[in-house]
Write a protein that binds this ligand. Structure first.
Ligand code: GLN
Length: 395
């Protein structure tokens, strides 16, 4: 038989989703994949049911229902200081995942380079391969997950097509500061390249951190693709509704890729999304308060159990150092550590290597998510306490 596509030859399956399957099979608390174990707001679910009853059940406008595009434009002006035209600058997609790959497909030629901060969200690796881009990695270093400005400047060159930013960041919890984004913007202007920014955790911030959209900085509106979705802000990861905002010149290309990839995101859910985007300020305050409590609870739990941890500033992830515990568990790497933790404590995590181009960089790390009920996180605490006492691990 003829061989299959070269680009899929070296793909590994998503480790995040693999850990969910392992956790489901063995039984345990899933602190691996970033989806809430509590339900979405009742009123948004009602809006979806109403949209179905009202007959919004056929294909949507391929690049997004007009009502939703209008709601997106209004919200990004309110929250992100981004001005965009609903008619020409927005593409509604099947989640941020499609928005990212459609954007890369729309702008990248083979051989173009894209800059990716590392550790990075798992999908960006395969996204680069699928779009034919060569990724260049710039390190974010713990505990503050800062990058070295010189290393960043050196990563740009005449082949650079775009820099991918994810703020607040998965997996580190970093929130890029205005100063950092201005620095990145300067490099984009200098090297005439684009910013593709995944801002899906924009409402999940702690300790007074502010979210800044690079598209709102001077000169960047015309060279930024801003990606977002309802998954994290409204706890609707299964609805698959996201979008990409970019000037018409770029959007017209993204829309073509999107149209042939998926035609459109589910019509009734687009209408319910328009409703969600108009929720009052109090909704976002409650969301932040919930995740603030969850963050602190998980942080204390992990510290007590002997992980090396620092408090994330945003998003709902935390990278924990496992160097001390790994020895106690008698395991060699992060993957075996994660498997052992499911077996011994019924807690699933994502092995750190999934977030690095060179796996050994993440050998002593695992990622936990805390987008779970307080009761789930309490049970995790109980199990880890038991594990520490049974295996006589001294934190
Ligand atoms: N963004 C989530 C995570 O990092 C979920 C990823 C996914 O499975 N689509 O865990």
């Amino acid at each position: 038989m003829k061989s299959l596509a070269n680009i899929t030859e070296n793909f590994v399956e998503s480790v995040i989703r693999e850990m969910t399957r392992i956790c489901d099979a063995r039984g345990g608390y899933n602190l691996a994949q970033g989806f809430p174990d509590f339900d979405a707001p009742q009123e948004i679910k009602q809006a979806a049911i109403k949209a179905i009853h009202d007959g919004h059940n056929q294909y949507p406008v391929t690049f997004g229902e007009p009502e939703l595009r209008k709601a997106i434009a209004a919200k990004v002006w309110r929250y992100n200081c981004i001005r965009c035209a609903p008619e020409t600058d927005i593409t509604v997609t099947c989640g941020a995942t499609e928005a990212m790959i459609a954007s890369l497909k729309a702008i990248v030629n083979p051989g173009d380079e894209i800059i990716v901060f590392e550790p990075f969200y798992e999908n960006y690796g395969p996204d680069a391969i699928l779009s034919g881009a060569t990724p260049r990695f710039v390190a974010l270093r713990p505990p503050g997950w800062q990058y070295d400005p010189e290393e960043l400047a050196a990563a740009f060159n005449r082949h650079t097509k775009a820099v991918i930013i994810n703020t607040p960041n998965n997996p580190t919890g970093k929130v890029f500061s205005r100063k950092e984004l201005e620095e990145i913007a300067q490099l984009c202007l200098k090297w005439d390249c684009l910013a593709i920014t995944d801002e899906i955790y924009e409402h999940i911030l702690y300790d007074g951190e502010q979210h800044v959209s690079i598209a709102s900085l001077e000169g960047m509106g015309e060279r930024t693709v801003t990606i977002n979705s309802i998954s994290k802000t409204y706890s609707l990861t299964g609805w698959r509704v996201g979008w990409a905002i970019a000037p018409e010149r770029i959007t017209s290309r993204i829309r073509k890729v999107h149209d042939f990839l998926t035609v459109g995101a589910p019509t009734p859910l687009q209408h319910a999304t328009a409703f969600a985007l108009n929720l009052p300020e109090s909704y976002y305050e409650q969301l932040q308060a919930r995740y603030h409590r969850a963050r602190n609870l998980l942080f204390e739990t992990l510290k007590e159990a002997g992980f090396e941890v620092s408090l994330p500033k945003g998003s709902y992830y935390l990278i924990a150092g496992t160097a001390r515990l790994r020895e106690r568990f008698g395991v060699q790497d992060d993957f075996s550590f994660s498997l052992k933790l499911i077996d011994l404590a019924g807690v699933a995590t994502v092995p750190g290597s999934s977030f690095y181009a060179q796996p050994e960089k993440g050998k002593n790390q695992v990622r936990f998510t805390f987008c779970k009920k307080e009761e789930t996180l309490e049970k995790v605490r109980t199990n880890l306490r038991r594990l520490v006492s049974e295996t006589s691990i001294t934190p």
